[in-house]
Design a binder for this molecule. Structure first.
Ligand SMILES: [Zn+2]
Length: 199
């Protein structure tokens, strides 16, 4: 039933607080949410995973994690108390697990860029553009590939964006695997962004 135990293995089960708390969540009222997903950061502030509001609440309650960002205007109520509803929490203890990378592929570049041309915002006729053209030594990498519509791609040709006088909506970055979790599709909270743009 409590999948979040996976995060800490069996240790948490032996925790006295956990036993004491075991029967209480049933009484907790989770107010209607802008989001029921919470971003979990490792102790070093790197994005670790995404969990439900319920699991995040318990991790904080057990003092296994602290709230980094709260959801504005939302609260979790138990019988006798009210708690902030987190949007981002940070684990107090570092979890030593390898970070999963995201495979560099055409589809994943599109996905990172939300299927939108970084130059003009068009969502049609999409191609991949090398920011620094291959002919000029530009690599095929997360930080040099962007989604561009065919028109912008042709207009840019063998120039850099500066030379072509074309502005990118943002600099291309290597995304966190969190962005690719199925449960997050189209549901990335604004406040999460600073934590999702590397590793
Ligand atoms: Zn375009």
């Amino acid at each position: 039933m409590i999948n979040f135990l996976k995060i800490f293995g069996k240790r948490i089960k032996k925790n006295a607080n956990y036993k004491r708390y075991k029967n209480k969540p049933k009484n907790a009222v989770f107010m209607s949410a802008t989001s029921n997903k919470v971003l979990v950061l490792n102790a070093d502030y790197r994005a670790y995973t995404v969990c439900s509001l319920y699991k995040a609440f318990i991790l904080v309650y057990l003092q296994k994690a602290e709230v980094i960002t709260a959801q504005a205007g939302r609260a979790i109520r138990t019988v006798d108390k009210s708690y902030v509803a987190p949007s981002i929490i940070r684990l107090n203890k570092y979890v030593n697990l390898p970070y999963k990378g995201v495979m560099l592929s055409r589809q994943n570049i599109f996905k990172r860029d939300n299927y939108t041309c970084v130059y003009c915002g068009s969502r049609e006729d999409l191609t991949l553009d090398h920011v620094i053209p291959r002919s000029r030594g530009g690599t095929s990498s997360w930080t040099n590939l962007v989604t561009a519509c065919r028109r912008c791609n042709a207009k840019k040709g063998d120039f850099t964006p500066e030379e072509a006088n074309m502005k990118m909506a943002y600099a291309p970055y290597k995304p966190s695997f969190i962005m690719f979790l199925r449960e997050c599709a189209g549901n990335i909270d604004e406040s999460w962004h600073p934590y999702l743009h590397f590793h």
